[in-house]
Design a protein around this ligand. Sequence first.
Ligand SMILES: [Zn+2]
Ligand SMILES: [Zn+2]
Length: 162
Amino acid sequence: MQCARHPQVETFVRCGKCDQPICPSCMIAGPVGVRCRDCSRQNLDAIMRGSPRQYLLAAVWAFGSALLLGWLTHVSFFWFWLGGVYGYAVGEATLRGGGRKRGLAMQIIAGVAAAAGSVAWTMPPAVLLARPEVLVSLLTNPWTLVGLGIGVVFSVMHVRYI
Ligand SMILES: [Zn+2]
Ligand SMILES: [Zn+2]
């Protein structure tokens, strides 16, 4: 038996999906066994591409959790690492809402939601005091920015890798 792409190479392995003979340089070991390059790319697409409904649910979950937990990015100083917990939670909510689909669009949903949730929690004091400049001073507070930044990074990382 010869590799489908390299007729000069003798092989004993077939792709687990389309059954064509593949040599060591053509085969890709995945979670469900050995695949040829084409089939393994299709598998990856299936993980990376969600349905419109999944993106919608991912956004609902992402923004819901961000609005619920956004205060975690404002406890400042000493507790700035809670931004990481916040980001992880928003990322996890995005994955659950979106049926654990990943890919760039999901990362953007998680990151935007994490940023929005953090900013939303700077609003109550500004509105309560009826002073817009409070909003500005909170948003230019370095610890708020650190919390926000860490939150966004962790949410995107969680959707991307872990
Ligand atoms: Zn194949
Ligand atoms: Zn080959």
